[in-house]
Every structure is written in structure tokens, then in C-alpha cells.
Design a protein around this ligand. Structure first.
Ligand code: URP
Ligand code: ZN
Ligand code: ZN
Ligand code: ZN
Length: 485
């Protein structure tokens, strides 16, 4: 047999187009795409259903301790299984450096964790301690093994680098071609709000939302962009949750900044009213930046449709609603002591398909771009995210019409709740493949633990991005100084 698998009679969907046809796989890679392909050791009848690149989840916290030391409920097994049921063929969780740790030590530890994954995986590094050795020696070494993205924070005492630390990271990133991801919230504003609320005894979960105002995100997004422009190096704004933030991203992008951004389903689907559920139930909806209001949802959807965001990512940060997760500081903990984050890796694609494609807000092509192709370009996954000969056979077959109601059971994660519980969804991934191996089929897991492989990545694809090199980087031309003299 020339081909291991032929998927026939599909509606093949890419980020650029859709067409009826067949797709052949050999040795884990896409071998051919054509109107009709005969043969195949296995023939899969897509029956007119959609065949698209498997999702690439570019923002997930898996087997990761928060800055405060709380471990996520999902490890690389349960997290990757959940991702696979949600239509993903690969993911790029974070490998988090805690202060005092070397990057080599961090990566060795994550390599042991990642070995359990059922889908291909890579890491973004979280840098919290940019010492001289980290900047000059360890980050370049991480970059050399294909870890080409570094995440930094503007808030959380144990992670916040400050502007100067961020400039240091951006400078290393520039030198090696890495992309810097940034969590944007003005730390002083958040702390000030916390003090105002605490003084009035307002510590129920719902006050988390007001404690982190839209202005705090907008200010920090703007600042991070200016810092990146100073160094003329690519920046990725994670989890944009405000219309104001999205407007800044859009304006700067069109003014030529090397800028990328994402939003997340929770900011499109939930509001701060979810934080005001009875008892402590609101704690399940605590994440940072917080979910906001209806107008925000509408505005962010508008930006998703406009192309302001490269990706919609889950920010899967699974902390159970018990003492191992959300309530480590007690069942009635004040909101600043409740673990931040919510699960959603299995819902990202179904939610976006249902509300976006079926709901008429985005095209199928945009859906593929937002869930897979753009993440591959931004984060240098050169063998993934596209349907073309030679690419990894990372694919998903979707039934566009199946109507189902989201429940905890179909998340297949290690959580005790889903914030999407009860939502009616149209469209479901029926078969998911990673490098030609079927990993999920008709609601059943077909993969075994550890079958996913680590993949190194290339620098971001900066085609179509301007950038404005500053005079400081070219003293000879700009100041008439010969730097060699
Ligand atoms: O609340 C959140 N999003 N927790 C996860 C960590 C982060 O900042 O992305
Ligand atoms: Zn973040
Ligand atoms: Zn996150
Ligand atoms: Zn059907």
C-alpha cells in the first residue's frame, strides 16, 4: 500500500479555503491531497464532514505550580487527553521558572512531566528570575533546543519582572529570534484596588473582578508594547480581556509593531455575574485578568472577527474547587487568596466553532487560523497547523451539526467542575489524529500514555510585520559613529 490511511469524502478546511476531497497519510505525514485518492491500508469515510488541522493549544498550564505553589489538577496525561477530546493534536504549555531555579533545571523537570503526554508538546518558558547566567547562558541554550518563546509577567510579586527586567528579556529574545509573551496588568493598580476593597471588608469572589480593572490591563498592554518597540522585537500579548486592550493591539499592529495577541473563550462566554454565584461558587470563575461584561464580550467577538487576534487560546489553568486547588487557604478564603484560573482546554474549539462558525461571527477558515494555523506560524511549529504534503498528519474530523450539552464528564480532565457546564454546543470533533495515529474516535481515547513527542520550534514567522529599528541599534548610520572605531 502506498498510503497508511486515506481519509475520503471530506470537506477539507484550511486557513485559506475549503474544498471537497481526499487526504492521504504515510509515515505520520500528509502525503497527498486530491479530489480522489484510491487505496490506503485504512480508509476513513469522512462522509462529508469537515477535515481540518488539529488544534494547537498555545496557552495552557499543565503540571505547573502557580507562583504561590499550587499545582494544577491536570498533569501531561490528563491535560493532553482533555486537549485531544477537544480537537487538539498538540499543545505548548508553560515550563515555569521559580526564583532561584536555573532554566536547565526547569526544563529537565518539565521533560519528565511532558513524557506522559498523549499528544505532541513543546513549552513556552516562564522567566521569573532573569539573572545574568539566565540571560547570557541558559536562555540561549533553551532557545537552541527549540524553545523559542519566553513568557513574562507585569504582576504577581513572585513573577513580576518590572520594566527593566522585561527589557532584559526582550533584548535576549531579540538577539536569538525568540518571541516574548506577556501577561499585562498594572501591578500597582491591582494592589491599590485590593487595599481599597479589603479596607471595606469586600473580599467575596465577586470583588476579584473589580479588583483588576480594565484600565490596569490597558495600561500594561500599552507599556509592554512600547518596551518591545524600544528593542524592536516581537511581542505576544496573552489573554486580552478588554476592548481597550484590543484597540491598542490593533492600532499598534497596523502602525507596524511586531505584535501578536490572543483572547480566550472565557472572555467571550462569561461575565463577572458568574463570580456572584451563591456561596463560594463564584471562586470557580476567578481568573486573571478577570471575566468582565456583555459589552466586553461583544467587542472582543468583533476583534476576533476583525483579525486583531492571531489565536483564541484556552488559558487552561485547572485548580479544583477544593483544598488542593482554589481553596488551599480555606473554604471561605478572601478572593486574593483563591487560586487564579479556570479549565477549558476541551472547550476551546467546540465553543469557538459553535458560537463563532455556526453562530455566523467568523468563517470556517478563520476558525482554522485562530485555533491552529496562526499558532503554528507565531510559535514556529513548522510541521504543524497546515494541510499540505509533508506536514505532520495532525488532523481532526468534525461533525458540524451534532448538538450536545457541555458537562464535566466530556472534559476528560482531572477537574471537579467546568465553567462551560450546561452550555449548548453545535459541532463536535469526532476523530482526532496526531502524526497519523488516531488518538480520539467516537468519544473514545485511542492513544496510550507517552505517545506524544516533544517538538522544538523555529522563531516566529514575522512576514508581514513591520517593526521600527531604533537609531540605537544602528549607531553608524544614525549618529555617524563607527562602532568598530
Ligand atoms: O488566572 C489565570 N489566568 N491563571 C493562569 C496564569 C496566567 O496568568 O495565565
Ligand atoms: Zn497570564
Ligand atoms: Zn495562563
Ligand atoms: Zn452529522
Amino acid at each position: 500500500e502506498a498510503f497508511d490511511i486515506v481519509i475520503h469524502s471530506g470537506l477539507i478546511a484550511t486557513a485559506e479555503m475549503q474544498f471537497k476531497g481526499d487526504l492521504a497519510i504515510r509515515d505520520g505525514r500528509i502525503a497527498a491531497v486530491a479530489e480522489r485518492i484510491a487505496g490506503g491500508a485504512r480508509r476513513i469515510d469522512a462522509g462529508g464532514r469537515i477535515v481540518m488541522p488539529g488544534g494547537i493549544e498555545a496557552h495552557a498550564h499543565i503540571a505547573q505550580e502557580s507562583a504561590a505553589g499550587v499545582m494544577t489538577a491536570d498533569d501531561y496525561y490528563s491535560g493532553s487527553v482533555s486537549a485531544a477530546f477537544g480537537g487538539n493534536s498538540s499543545f505548548i504549555p508553560f515550563a515555569a521558572q521559580h526564583r532561584g531555579q536555573s532554566i536547565d533545571e526547569v526544563l529537565a523537570s518539565y521533560d519528565a512531566r511532558g513524557a506522559r503526554s498523549v499528544i505532541d508538546y513543546s513549552y513556552h518558558l516562564i522567566v521569573s528570575d532573569p539573572s545574568e547566567a539566565v540571560l547570557t547562558d541558559q536562555l540561549p541554550r533553551a532557545f537552541a533546543r527549540g524553545i523559542t518563546s519566553f513568557k513574562v509577567f507585569t504582576t504577581y510579586d513572585l513573577l513580576n519582572l518590572g520594566d527593566a527586567g522585561m527589557l532584559d528579556i526582550l533584548t535576549v529574545a531579540r538577539k536569538h529570534g525568540a518571541i516574548t509573551m506577556v501577561h499585562c496588568e498594572n501591578d500597582a493598580m491591582v494592589k491599590w484596588m485590593n487595599r481599597q476593597l479589603a479596607a471595606q471588608g469586600l473580599t467575596a469572589p465577586k470583588y476579584h473582578a473589580i479588583s483588576r480593572p480594565a484600565l490596569a490591563e490597558e495600561e500594561a498592554i500599552n507599556r509592554a508594547i512600547q518596551l518591545a518597540k524600544l528593542v524592536d522585537t516581537p511581542l505576544f500579548i496573552v489573554h486580552v480581556s478588554t476592548p481597550g486592550g484590543a484597540e491598542i493591539v490593533r492600532r499598534e499592529k497596523f502602525a507596524g509593531a511586531k505584535l501578536f495577541a490572543e483572547t480566550c473563550p472565557q472572555y467571550l462566554a462569561l461575565t463577572r455575574e458568574d463570580l456572584d454565584r451563591p456561596g463560594m461558587d463564584g471562586a470557580k470563575y476567578i481568573c486573571s485578568p478577570p471575566v468582565r461584561d456583555r459589552e466586553t464580550q461583544d467587542a472582543l467577538w468583533h476583534h476576533v472577527a476583525l483579525g486583531t487576534f492571531e489565536s483564541v487560546s484556552s488559558d487552561h489553568a485547572p485548580y479544583r474547587a477544593d483544598e488542593t486547588g482554589k481553596f488551599g487557604a480555606g473554604p471561605d478564603a478572601p478572593y486574593p487568596k483563591i487560586a487564579n484560573g479556570m479549565p477549558g482546554i476541551a472547550m476551546r474549539l467546540p465553543y469557538l466553532f459553535s458560537e463563532g462558525v455556526v453562530g455566523g461571527r467568523i468563517t470556517l477558515e478563520q476558525f482554522v487560523a485562530l485555533t491552529s494555523t496562526n499558532a503554528a506560524k507565531t510559535f514556529g511549529c513548522t510541521a504543524k497547523g497546515r494541510i499540505a504534503p509533508g506536514m505532520d498528519a495532525d488532523l481532526a474530523i468534525w461533525d458540524a451539526e451534532e448538538v450536545w450539552t457541555a458537562t464535566l464528564a466530556d472534559q476528560h480532565d482531572n477537574m471537579d467542575y467546568t465553567p462551560f457546564e450546561g452550555m449548548e454546543i453545535t459541532g463536535k470533533p469526532k476523530l482526532v489524529m496526531n502524526r497519523g495515529a488516531v488518538i480520539v474516535e467516537d468519544g473514545e481515547l485511542k492513544a496510550r500514555e507517552g505517545q506524544g513527542r516533544f517538538f522544538g520550534r523555529a522563531p516566529a514567522d514575522l512576514r508581514g510585520r513591520g517593526g521600527v529599528p531604533l537609531p540605537e541599534f544602528d549607531p553608524a548610520r544614525n549618529f555617524g559613529v563607527d562602532p568598530r572605531a
